[in-house]
Ligand binder design. Structure first.
Ligand SMILES: Nc1nc2c(ncn2[C@@H]2O[C@H](COP(=O)(O)OP(=O)(O)OP(=O)(O)O)[C@@H](O)[C@H]2O)c(=O)[nH]1
Ligand SMILES: [Mg+2]
Length: 332
């Protein structure tokens, strides 16, 4: 199953414009806010310079390039977490995505409506982030209710997990009530793993896409978003749709994604978000594949400085509990 990414952002940020560029789509673009109502889904293929080398080493002609399932959705706006605007629909959708593209408006264009007094991309980002925090507070409330029911015996479920989760849900609720996300908060590693099982919006990796036009001031605005992204350990890309520049947009590496490869009849690239163990990677490839790995050979191709000879020399044994590394090649 392909990795799923959701596009988020304020109205008229250029989400559908970016979606169309990524997927060769024809979603409706207009200067009116809330143009996109129903979700649009498409496949985005991206470049991977390692593919041709690996194909040559293993003599494969049939190649499947890395791709992502991308969904463009209704805009998020202030109050979305309370169900205002198209908020609920939006938030329901993004909770099922593996990661998010946050499109940020860095172009002025007075004929395209903007809710703020002036274009201030970092403050736009904060509006969206606040809604994600509010949505997570609601999610934690719902989760607490269900968890309490398990502990009280009114609902069936994993009692041990529920008891471990109870104090963590309280902690999370306190954090989200303050309007902040839990990124800087210390959780014991075991607790952290448990928190990561919750479908929190603020847990998702975000790649910022700064949507610029040809004006120098637009680039300056984008640089502020890039600096914000760096501070928050998030990748960012500057995109200029009007010059039809896809540069940077279709490069998985700039999104912080890793890729592994499979070889059977052909060669296929699989983008993934680390950490991923071999056992789960196999389930991703096909749920019916046996998880025992003694029949699988593993090679490796680093991100740079690779050669055909190096790849051939890397064969190692493959254990189900090993972490998959970027560049691993599994031969079935
Ligand atoms: N000048 C300029 N206009 C842009 C740019 N990107 C998008 N637009 C225009 O901005 C308007 C909104 O673009 P959309 O892609 O529909 O924005 P959206 O975020 O999908 O909007 P909603 O679906 O309404 O939330 C359209 O008129 C686009 O042509 C850009 O980089 N520069
Ligand atoms: Mg749109």
């Amino acid at each position: 199953m392909a990795l799923k990414a959701g596009i988020i952002g304020l109205p008229n940020a250029g989400k559908t414009t970016v979606y169309n560029l990524m997927t060769n789509g024809d979603g409706l673009v207009s200067p009116l806010p809330f143009t996109t109502v129903a979700p649009l889904t498409g496949l985005a293929n991206f470049d991977d310079p390692r593919l041709s080398v690996i194909a040559e080493v293993f003599g494969k002609e049939q190649i499947v390039t890395p791709s992502l399932m991308i969904t463009d959705n209704a805009a998020l706006s202030e109050g979305a977490a309370r169900g205002e605007g198209l908020g609920n629909q939006f938030l329901g959708y993004i909770s099922s995505c593996d990661f998010l593209f946050h499109v940020v408006r860095c172009f002025k264009n007075h004929s395209v409506e903007h809710f703020g007094k002036w274009i201030d991309p970092v403050s736009d980002v904060l509006v969206v982030n606040r809604e994600l925090v509010k949505a997570d507070l609601e999610l934690v409330k719902g989760e607490t209710h269900r968890n309490d029911e398990i502990i009280d015996g009114r609902r069936s479920g994993d009692l041990v997990r529920a008891k471990m989760l109870r104090p963590l849900l309280r902690e999370l609720s306190d954090i989200f009530s303050k309007g902040v996300n839990p990124h800087g908060h210390y959780f014991h590693p075991e607790d952290k793993s448990l928190v990561e099982t919750l479908p929190l919006m603020t847990n998702k990796r975000v790649v910022f896409i700064c949507n610029v036009d040809e004006h120098a001031s637009s680039r300056d605005l984008a640089e502020k978003v890039v600096a914000f992204a760096v501070k928050n350990n998030s990748p960012s890309v500057i995109v200029s749709p009007q010059s039809a520049s896809k540069e940077g947009l279709l490069r998985g590496q700039t999104w912080g994604l890793d890729v592994f490869y499979t070889l059977d009849g052909g060669l296929r690239a699989w983008p993934f978000l680390p950490p991923l163990v071999v056992h789960n990677a196999i389930r991703l490839i096909h749920p019916d594949l046996p998880s025992h790995t003694d029949v699988i050979q593993k090679f490796h191709c680093p991100r740079s400085g690779y050669s055909a000879i190096d790849i051939h020399a890397t064969t190692v044994s493959c254990n189900p509990d090993d972490l998959v590394a970027d560049g691993d090649i599994f031969v079935f």
